[in-house]
Design a binder for this molecule. Sequence first.
Ligand SMILES: [Zn+2]
Length: 254
Amino acid sequence: MTVPNINLSNFNTLLFTAGLFLFAFVLWQKKSKLDETKKYNQDLILANEEIVHYSKEYQLLADRMKGIVDAMDSLSKIPTPENKNKINLLNSKFDKLNKNTKNIQDILGKTYIKSNTISEYYDMVQRTSNSSGDTRMLVISGVLMLIGMIGIQKKSNYESQILKNKYDSLKNHHSDCQSCGMKLNHDINFKHDSDYCTYCYNGTSFNHSNVDLEDFKIEVAEQLTKKGFTEKEISSHLKKMNRLLRWRKKFDWS
Ligand SMILES: [Zn+2]
């Protein structure tokens, strides 16, 4: 029985990993957009508080300036030298206040622009974070992971089935001792529930324990030489021994 060589598991693992990365990436992006939205929201609140603050200050200055203008008006109705002095004083005070007002107007203008810019960014981030693109990406990543997982599972089921079949077929068709390679029907004492001849295996343990394959090959070669096999026959037999069950560290079906 031949095992078809399907190399699907790498591809499926790749699909699964790609899906996982895509999933993580979309979530990370969503989270950073949310963080950004929060930050813009806070900045916007601060900017609006600034606007309220400076608007109040502006209103106060405007009221004071109006008071000064009123005072100057009433003083100019009685043009005494004393009143003229007072008007001059009030005039310089007015100029000072006027300068302050212009400063505050500047600040207010800049704060308005800042607030508008933040608003625009905020809207933009919100629009993109609510886009259906993210949902589509999440679905795609889910599908990739699912296909990958199904593929891995299928491949693994397939392989274990193949191994089982192969193992069963070997179990039922061992005609050679799985230790020395001798034909089992040459062993007159052989019992049919064993994979080993009675020269190698006594039913509970191996007769030559603590030997490795190379040592055992020397032993077998000696026996075969005694029996009159040619060098060529012996070497081909020894080669065959590599595949016997006893000498396999693990099941290697390739
Ligand atoms: Zn044997």
